[in-house]
Design a protein around this ligand. Structure first.
Ligand SMILES: [Zn+2]
Length: 217
């Protein structure tokens, strides 16, 4: 059995890492009339608005304080992931606005917004409360968790699609991955990634800088 990890950015641990405030899409978002879930169509020109007050290098993963189950990744990460069989719902090239001064002069890779697929079911003992699915749009409706910090990501292993990077069925925009992703991150020295082994309550994971994957090289 594979080990699973929470995949996120490590931006809070380094001021050198940029931060994307929001994703600006040309086409207006629509919300489902039945459940109010907002659908943001990723089409046309997509621009990421950066925080001008931080960031000095173009890291391989850029953190986003935004809505979707998305990863904002450099082209080399995307190519690496394709090489280990990763498929996404959608992959879109992005532009940037409000680029910090130091980053304007730095070499800039191409970036893509990758929409992550659902790939595993969570065990009912994880603490998420499933209410059902919206009959109109199919969106998964969960009840607010009483104590979000006590949630532990536990999986029904047999339900895993085998995709290296995936979402859970009821854990919202939390992104998971398996060992292959960390091995690749170590080999290619990806920057600004954070991998935290699943199985701890969320409250304990928040301040965890994660696996020292760069030392694994
Ligand atoms: Zn709906």
């Amino acid at each position: 059995m594979s080990s699973f990890y929470l995949l996120s950015d490590a931006s809070e641990f380094s001021k050198r890492s940029p931060w994307g405030f929001t994703v600006l899409v040309a086409d207006p978002s629509k919300s489902c009339r039945a459940c109010g879930h907002e659908i943001h169509p990723l089409s046309g020109r997509i621009s990421v608005q950066l925080d001008e007050s931080r960031g000095s290098e173009w890291t391989d993963l850029i953190g986003l304080g935004s809505f979707g189950p998305w990863l904002l990744i450099s082209s080399r990460v995307l190519e690496g992931l394709n090489g280990i069989g990763q498929r996404f719902v959608d992959v879109h090239p992005v532009e940037f606005c409000d680029v910090p001064k130091k980053m304007q002069v730095a070499a800039r890779p191409k970036y893509f917004l990758a929409v992550v697929n659902e790939g595993i079911r969570l065990d009912p003992t994880s603490g998420y409360v499933l209410k059902g699915h919206c009959p109109a749009c199919g969106f998964t409706l969960t009840d607010p968790v009483m104590d979000p910090y006590s949630v532990v990501d536990r999986f029904i292993d047999a339900s895993w699609t085998g995709m290296p990077i995936f979402l859970g069925d009821i854990s919202g925009t939390t992104v998971y991955c398996d060992d292959r992703v960390i091995d690749l991150a170590a080999k290619q020295a990806w920057t600004n990634f954070r991998f935290i082994r699943c199985g701890k309550p969320l409250g304990e994971s928040l301040s965890d800088p994660g696996e020292k994957y760069l030392a694994k090289k």
